[in-house]
Design a protein around this ligand. Sequence first.
Ligand SMILES: [Zn+2]
Length: 385
Amino acid sequence: MARALTLAHTHRAALRSDFTEQLGLTRTATGLVLRELETLSLVRTGTVSRVHTGTAMTGRPSHPVEIHPAAPTVLAVQVQAKSVLIAESGLGGQLGPVDEVPLPEPANPDAVLGLVADLLSVRLGTLDRCPIGAGLAVPSAVGSDGMALAAHPLDWPQAVPVRRLLTELLARGGHRGVRLAVGNDANLAALAESRHGAGRGAAQMLYVMTGQVGVGGGLVIDGRLHLGSAGYALEIGHTPVRRGKRPCRCGNRGCLDVEADPSALLSAAGLSAAEPTLDAARAVIARRDVDPGARGATDLVIQRLAGGLASMINILNPDRIVLGGMHADLLAAEEDRLRAGLRRHSFLQQAAQIELRPAELASSALAGAAELALQPLLDNPRLLT
Ligand SMILES: [Zn+2]
């Protein structure tokens, strides 16, 4: 039943015959599974509206299966460097309207989590459908105990127990027992891309992105994030780059985090990196054919990115790499150079043939926070009974 619900949630099956085929069950057994999901108000089966002409079936009419309109919802929150985003979501992965609220000043853990608790309390009080819980994306490595270990963009101290503090704040506001899940923003963006974006259909998807500062990512294997033993695996940003010299916050030098983000590109182009922005970096990439400085900077950062990706390919052997933020721009602008770099730095020639795709989702970390909150229901469709 969990597999059937995940198929419906990720839109990999739209007709009853798709479920039969993908679950590997008989039509009768598939019917029983879907009927139970219907009883739980998680999916609903429509009347036959078209004839299925897929290869595995015989052209027999089949019923469309869709997410039930009364299925439970979740709340998704993302803490960014300067603001908090909040939206409602649910099965099917569609985010509702996103509200953005500026961070308080100073943005210390108590103030920020107080704001998050207030936003969640207001939403929890107005939802017209039963919420399963809430997911929170933070710009930090996150331990499996819900601890934000290094929220550098927020200048937080090490090891802030985000899940415990937020649970206490919600309880104080009268919202006890809310299921809270916390994850690293880039990891969660990877999860959302794998289920609803450019990673659909990949078995082992590596996601690498850079927004404003630093490089993040995640690895999704068969629809699940690879988190490591304590939750903070795949700190991709701290992959060393050959001949990289720039000091990194982690204590090393030459990490992808500081060698292949917008700040590094601007600095390589001889521009002030005091206020690195994605837009400024994109402008440099766009000028590369008419400005030798921009060309040099773009090529340098592509080589660094290719070196970092090649290391990850050598270790992980993913079947697809999805690139987000400025890295998606570099892929669009110079795919051949990026692939040549992969060939140069990879252990196997085959590595350069890997599928490379730009990220597709607009609010991927927020969507990933919703995925995290939905996971208990996807694992156990009878969760709320
Ligand atoms: Zn580092």
